[in-house]
Structures are given as structure tokens and as C-alpha cells.
Design a protein around this ligand. Structure first.
Ligand SMILES: [Zn+2]
Length: 60
């Protein structure tokens, strides 16, 4: 089972194979952070700040 470390709280996370794919987003069960798979081998996660994507520049 793929394992990764949460970059926020450093908890050891066990991902399913479907989750351990590049670009997949998961939520850390320990700290609730939104994480994205940025590297598949070795498995590496990075925190995602989703609100930044929602705040698209206002053209008006
Ligand atoms: Zn965490």
C-alpha cells in the first residue's frame, strides 16, 4: 500500500492505489489539510490552497 507523509502535520498516510496517482487530491485525516500528489515514486504530497484557485481575478 502506498505510503506518504503529510507535509503539514507529518502524519504517515496510507493511500489506496487509486489515490496515489499524480495530481490526485486527498485530505489528510490527521490535520484536514488538502493535499495533492506531486510525485508518484517516491510518493510525495504537497499542501493545496484551494481558495486561491477559486479567487480568479475579477475582470470587472
Ligand atoms: Zn496532516
Amino acid at each position: 500500500m502506498p505510503q506518504a507523509t503529510c507535509p503539514v502535520c507529518e502524519a504517515e498516510l496510507h493511500l489506496s492505489k487509486a489515490e496515489a496517482l499524480f495530481g490526485r487530491r486527498i485530505t489528510c485525516p490527521e490535520c484536514g489539510s488538502l493535499l495533492e500528489v506531486v510525485e508518484e515514486d517516491p510518493l510525495e504530497l504537497e499542501e493545496v490552497f484551494d481558495f486561491e484557485e477559486e479567487l480568479d481575478e475579477d475582470e470587472y
